[in-house]
Design a binder for this molecule. Sequence first.
Ligand SMILES: NC(=O)c1ccc[n+]([C@@H]2O[C@H](COP(=O)([O-])OP(=O)(O)OC[C@H]3O[C@@H](n4cnc5c(N)ncnc54)[C@H](O)[C@@H]3O)[C@@H](O)[C@H]2O)c1
Ligand SMILES: N[C@H](C(=O)O)[C@H](O)COP(=O)(O)O
Length: 333
Amino acid sequence: MPLKPLYITSGEPAGIGPDICLDLAGFNTPRPLVVLANKSLLQQRAAELGKTVTLLDYQGQSEPASGSALYVKDLPLAQPVINGQLNTANAAYVLAQLTEAARACMRGDAAGVVTAPVQKSVINEAGSLEGRAFSGHTEFFQEYAGVPRVVMMLATHQLRVALVTTHLPLKDVAAAITQERLRQILNILIHDLKTKFAISHPKILVCGLNPHAGEGGYLGREEIDVIEPVLASYRAQGVDVGHALPADTLFTPKYLKDADAVLAMYHDQGLPVLKSQGFGEAVNITLGLPFIRTSVDHGTALDLAGSGKASSSSLFVATELALQLADRYEAAL
Ligand SMILES: NC(=O)c1ccc[n+]([C@@H]2O[C@H](COP(=O)([O-])OP(=O)(O)OC[C@H]3O[C@@H](n4cnc5c(N)ncnc54)[C@H](O)[C@@H]3O)[C@@H](O)[C@H]2O)c1
Ligand SMILES: N[C@H](C(=O)O)[C@H](O)COP(=O)(O)O
């Protein structure tokens, strides 16, 4: 059976997404890699970087591009790109990449999607979603797929950190951590650690929300009222979730050494720890989607677009993981 292609969205055109996507030419895989981008922009960026890449229009080929060639699905830009300068006119181009990729994944035309970074602010400034906020790829793909909950997880070789809340202002975090959400998140995390990562009995360390996990209720009650009752019900079913731990204790080697994943309550409780260990080597994966989606661990790095200083290592790790997951998924069919 021919292998389905893996789609790669090139993201914000003024950032380093196009630069790092060019480095996928010659990537060793039997599956076609297809970059969603404006072809002229890629040509221009390749010239600036002194890279020789042959851009081929993707028309359903089932073989990978050979040598220094790269398949491209050409998407129109509204205005020419100036490296490092955001332009609201091109926000729709970014969303078109995500929509095209999600549509292909949902239809079964693509094996999955790997995303290069987008600039959330410019998409919101452009009002491209007709008044609805753009919080990130995670939430965009969740909405497109029509599923009630997904989980953002970032992973290095040493550490996996999943989040209960994602792109939410800090002032709204406590109210968002409900027993229902926590159960949805844990169910997805446990399921995907088993099915995607082949961990039959995952050990998950769960952070409290408050300093010192609430210090017995003196520094906040969310652990007592919300988190602990949920964890107790999972422990009763034999799930290895332990008790809510103070995050500053949990993120120490003694606790982390046996853990398969950490569940953090909010973005900046978990991700700075992971990125301080493995920035540039980590992969962001959305769990709970009906298709495979991985991503880089970094942002648009507007300061580096076209400079030749952008590292492609996280894109490579994200691509390798998506390819592995696609193979595993297709083998199980
Ligand atoms: N996957 C995504 O779409 C994603 C992920 C993170 C941040 N973002 C967005 O990116 C934008 C910029 O965020 P930021 O400035 O906080 O983070 P950033 O990751 O863009 O930049 C942080 C620092 O790391 C450097 N850097 C980033 N990627 C690099 C790479 N591949 N190689 C070498 N150096 C690299 C940058 O030059 C900068 O000094 C924001 O809009 C943010 O929301 C998007
Ligand atoms: N929270 C992510 C990170 O820090 O790497 C980043 O913003 C990307 O999120 P999406 O994959 O939802 O765009």
